[in-house]
Design a protein. Sequence first.
Length: 91
Amino acid sequence: MVSRLLGLFKRGDEDPDCHEVRGVSSDYIDSDLDHASEERVRKHLEWCGPCNAFISTLRSTVSMLRSLPKGEASESFRERVREAVKNEGDD
């Protein structure tokens, strides 16, 4: 998150570009940005339709996913994940 925040400030008072806004979009919708960064993103969204649509779609997707019932993973799936994590350390 810190590197994404630094990107928002690298150009002084200029608006962040679309790439920078989209890079912090998850933090923005989760309210994980500091006040100044949040304000810069909000100002960008006031005039940028594509980023506004991107944030709106992301917000809707996250909301939908959070509303799904939580299920239990099968034991075979959990075992495959444990094995993959264990093997990842062998690289």
